[in-house]
Design a protein around this ligand. Structure first.
Ligand code: TRP
Length: 438
């Protein structure tokens, strides 16, 4: 089974090389893995929580989309989309909201921090806190669960959000799904320890709030050069031995060089390399890596319609998954199509009289098999041999959940795929019916 990896990208502000080294570069490297299905999206509904300036929202999401594409995200290999292009996400968010305990949201870090700050400043505890901020973790859970992601690469500060996503997934499964056919898998946070570590101009963590950043693409080479010139060093002269750890310059150099180059750089500083020359070298190193990307970035920024096309295609692929999944969930919670509801009722009523098809699992010569047998005893599906009973069982679960695509097993004599799917639908409806009457 392929692992689904999903990550959301905040679309506020512009990016600096700390974001590039800590998040963008590792994520893009991971996105090339063949055994993984990657979902990368612009969390632009989340952006509305922090920013109510429409022009900034518009600019920022374009810049950030251009950055990821320029940095090498391959939209043919991963699904790259905007959260706001998938209406199933806010719909799922609402379904999840309705089964999330308010008390749990009271404990969310971001909300609590805002609350504590208000109390400290002798303000109304809820001053300036929107429902968007309060419900932030539920929207994030919807992002993740909509695509049943197994792994979610995030910063440490997001671990609690993943715990909340698992809790709400469990609750939804418990309320609406069959024990052996849950809607959601439990997502795991994947925390990269190198996240957030790049120091800024003054040695503190590189962050816009400290005003100590080196911009990634904005401002071009000139801005890059100027920022590097502003990295703090002591005032030792060329020729004087220097302590490589006395400045953030070396740590930034390390992020853009091989271990050998880095050791050599340190040794040369100890032997008197001047700060000016060291900064020039750092500029060359960074620019060699991001210069070609900057060109692509500028190109994309001149042609927003190209980005639009890529993201529309991403949304199409994402909705290929989201729409049928949402239909299942709508049925499960009771938001059903009335015309079909009538049919479903009659069908289930009829089925009560008619015996349902059944899955039979069995073992032969050390191998594992399953069959789908119609009520009259005829074979609808016959599986190939599996090495483990678990694999056979998982295929049965997938068939029940997703229907028959023609590949999972061979159809019985004179049986077509539509007949198999009708039988599977009947099983599913009967199971749902059973749950409802519990
Ligand atoms: N909250 C995340 C952050 O601040 C961004 C995000 C939104 C996200 N939805 C997500 C990350 C879903 C992973 C999965 O970084």
């Amino acid at each position: 089974m392929t692992t689904r990896v999903l990550t959301g990208i905040n679309t506020t502000g512009t990016l600096h090389i700390g974001n590039y080294v800590g998040a963008i570069r590792p994520c893009i490297q991971a996105s090339h893995r063949k055994d993984v299905q990657g979902f990368y999206f612009l969390a632009d509904l989340h952006a509305l929580i922090k920013c109510q300036d429409p022009d900034r929202i518009e600019r920022s999401r374009l810049q950030i989309a251009a950055t990821w594409l320029a940095a090498g995200l391959d939209p043919d290999h991963v699904i790259f989309y905007r959260q706001s292009d998938i209406p199933e996400i806010p719909l799922l968010c609402w379904m999840l909201t309705c089964c999330t305990a308010k008390g749990q949201m009271n404990r969310a870090h971001a909300y609590k921090a805002a609350l504590d700050a208000n109390v400290e400043n002798a303000e109304d505890p809820d001053a300036g806190i929107s429902m968007g901020l309060y419900s932030y973790p539920i929207l994030m859970a919807a992002d993740i669960l909509m695509f049943n992601a197994h792994q979610v690469p995030v910063g440490k500060d997001q671990i609690q959000h993943l715990e909340m996503a698992r809790d709400v997934a469990t609750r939804f499964n418990f309320l609406y799904a069959d024990e052996n056919n849950p809607f959601f898998v439990m997502p795991e946070a994947v925390v990269d320890e190198t996240h957030d570590v790049l120091p800024g101009l003054d040695g503190r963590k590189m962050s816009k709030s400290y005003n100590n950043v080196i911009p990634l693409f904005e401002g071009g080479e000139k801005a890059l050069k100027e920022a590097i010139a502003a990295i703090k060093t002591d005032s030792k002269l060329p020729g004087e031995p220097k302590d490589p750890d006395s400045t953030s310059l070396t740590a930034i150099y390390e992020a853009f060089s091989t271990p050998e180059e880095y050791q050599d750089f340190r040794a040369r500083l100890q032997n008197g390399l001047g700060w000016g020359d060291a900064k020039k070298e750092l500029f060359e190193k960074i620019n060699a890596e991001i210069g070609p990307m900057r060109q692509k970035y500028d190109d994309f920024m001149k042609h927003p319609e190209k980005i639009e096309e890529i993201l529309q295609e991403g949304a199409r692929k994402a909705r290929e998954i989201a729409v049928p999944f949402m239909n299942r969930m709508r049925r499960a919670v009771g938001l059903r199509n009335f015309a079909q509801f009538g049919q479903t009722q009659t069908k289930t009523a009829e089925k009560k009289k008619v015996a349902l098809p059944i899955f039979k699992q069995y073992r032969e010569d050390g191998k594992f098999f399953f069959k789908l047998v119609a009520a009259d005893g005829s074979t609808l599906l016959q599986s190939a041999a599996f090495d483990s009973g678990k694999d056979a069982g998982m295929t049965v679960v997938a068939l029940k959940r997703n229907g028959f695509s023609g590949q999972e097993a061979t159809t019985g004599e004179g049986v077509d795929a539509a007949t198999v799917n009708a039988a599977l639908e009947a099983l599913r409806a009967a199971e749902e019916e059973k749950k409802l009457s519990k």
